[in-house]
Design a protein around this ligand. Structure first.
Ligand SMILES: [Zn+2]
Length: 354
């Protein structure tokens, strides 16, 4: 991995000396970092020196990696700042900041502060309604499979995989999320900590990196750890915001929201990492939004606050959830899979040759 060097904040200019283009704002919840403690870094996936590309709406510089086509923030927040931020991530940051914005309906999404509502919501979802679980299940028999979710959050995916017969474990740095997963979902295999705290001798049939590679300062170390935990024939499932088209687009959506994201892998990044760790690519897809992110892709569809609050109340009426579930299961998959916001990959550790 590249060493981080403290060179302070570099001037935000492109390689030809002109000021960087600034992207249009979208997200009402920028994390507050200590700007005086930002650290310059090279590509966190391959160690190559990046070139400044655009200024993100939160004022941080997005660099592009000429070797693996990743996009990454440099200078970036220091490790202790990032750790502090994630200790209250799922409850406070993900939802509260949406109140009084066009995304107010998101403020009605239950958090760990309302464990009963959140548990009810998670339990009402069928695991196989998620097309990502469908892809995983088409390659791996989940009954009896041993699963580790690195950065499992409140345990939603683990709850679904458990319902399909898997033995599930997870680790997350947010104490509220871990307490919820254990107490409200009964997931005893979820623990507080980071990927480095997972027993290095344990082996799993499926290791999950869903919405996590973009959040850590050292994604290569996380990826390497995940690969190390695979049993021969085991699968690494990866879902992360996609840098593949970021260099070509004028206002790439992927760089304009969720400013806690510190880097963005491309398909080339994933294939390089897989090759470095001798993993076989089984599935690789650039893929759009799940329903909950659609309003960010199409801001003109976002409901005004009053309508959104009314809709949230209607959703709580008896029977409405069941109807919504039927509607969701009938929705055409192509619509769900339009767009290119994420990279979705399934990689396999090969079986030893006989
Ligand atoms: Zn790179």
């Amino acid at each position: 991995m590249p060493e981080q060097s403290d060179m302070g904040v570099e001037a935000d200019s492109s390689s030809d000396g002109r000021p960087l283009r600034r992207l249009r704002d979208l997200d009402p919840r920028p994390p507050v970092w200590d700007r005086s403690a930002l650290l310059r870094r090279d590509c966190p996936f391959c160690g190559t020196r990046g070139r400044p590309h655009v200024e993100r709406p939160d004022g941080l510089t997005v660099c592009l990696c000429p070797l693996c086509s990743a996009a990454f923030i440099s200078p970036a927040p220091a490790a202790d700042e990032v750790a502090r931020f994630y200790r209250g991530y799922r409850g406070r940051h993900r939802v509260e900041a949406f109140a009084d914005t066009p995304y107010a309906h998101r403020a009605s999404i239950p958090t760990t502060a309302e464990p009963e509502r959140l548990a009810h919501l998670i339990r009402s979802r069928r695991a196989l309604d998620d097309f990502r679980v469908q892809v995983i299940a088409s390659h791996l028999k989940l009954t009896g499979a041993r699963v580790m979710d690195l950065g499992c959050g409140v345990g939603q995916l683990l709850n679904g995989l458990h319902s399909l017969g898997a033995t599930v474990e997870g680790i997350d740095p947010d104490p509220d999320a871990v307490e919820f997963a254990r107490s409200s979902l009964g997931l005893d295999g979820v623990r507080l900590g980071s990927h480095a705290d997972v027993d290095g001798t344990a082996r799993f049939d499926l290791v999950v990196l869903q919405d996590v590679l973009e959040h850590v300062l050292d994604p290569r170390a996380l990826f390497t750890r995940a690969a190390h935990l695979l049993t021969p024939g085991g699968f690494l499932y990866l879902w992360t915001p996609n840098a593949t088209l970021a260099a070509e687009q004028d206002q790439p959506l992927v760089l304009r929201g969720d400013y806690e994201h510190l880097q963005f892998a491309s398909t080339r990044t994933i294939l390089r990492l897989a090759a470095d760790l001798a993993l076989e690519p089984i599935h690789l897809e650039c893929i759009g939004f799940l329903g909950s992110l659609e309003d960010v892709a199409h801001p003109h569809n976002a409901s005004p606050p009053r309508t959104a609050i009314l809709r949230a109340r209607i959703r709580r009426l008896p029977g409405v959830r069941q109807l919504a579930r039927i509607r969701n299961s009938l929705r055409s998959s192509p619509r769900e899979r339009a767009g290119t916001y994420h990279v979705f990959a399934l990689l396999r550790r090969p079986l030893p040759r006989a």
